[in-house]
Design a protein around this ligand. Structure first.
Ligand code: NI
Length: 170
């Protein structure tokens, strides 16, 4: 097991588009274990492989209160989205300390491979729906702050670059 370094916005590698996983093998299962450990350690409710600089379609999510309901999504696709939307205040391990409201579909249906390489489908609403859409955006190279105004995005970039400089001095 290993903790993986998480890329921080505005790192350009966060904008790479992930490729589909070719085979759900031990290499992928090790990646999944390390990503889950990294997410729980952070702590966070979701992590996409893009955020640990692996550009393959792998996501881990756990929105349960006791952090005991890990969901592993390999090559996930959203196959249905509700017209109805919900606004949720989102955060991201790659954008530490920044939270803002994003509007997304309220309900979705997801088709994905699990760790055994089997195709499964599930419906999601509430926080799980938010989280799946947020993580699938990461796989497409999109960070949630890109839904905000350019003024807000510039402020966030300035703030995070300043944090990074101060962390390097310390
Ligand atoms: Ni994120």
């Amino acid at each position: 097991m290993a903790l993986l370094p998480i890329l921080r916005y505005p790192d350009p590698r966060l904008h790479k588009v992930a490729k589909p996983v070719q085979a759900v093998d031990d290499r992928i299962r090790t990646l999944v274990r390390d990503m889950a450990e990294t997410m729980y350690d952070a702590p966070g409710v979701g992590l996409a492989a893009t955020q640990v600089d692996v550009h393959e379609r792998v996501v881990v999510i756990d929105v349960s209160e006791d952090s005991n309901d890990l969901r592993v999504l390999i090559n996930p696709e959203i196959i249905w989205k509700s017209e109805e939307t919900q606004v949720y205040e989102e955060g991201c391990l790659s954008v530490p300390g920044i939270y803002d409201e994003v509007e997304r579909a309220a309900r979705i249906r997801v088709r994905t491979l699990n760790q055994e390489g089997q195709t499964v489908e599930f419906d999601a609403e509430g926080l799980l729906a938010v989280c799946v859409q947020h993580e699938l955006d990461h796989l497409m190279g999109k960070v949630f702050v890109e839904y905000l105004s350019s003024l807000k995005q510039n402020r966030i970039k300035t703030r995070l670059r300043k944090q990074e400089r101060e962390a390097m001095k310390a």
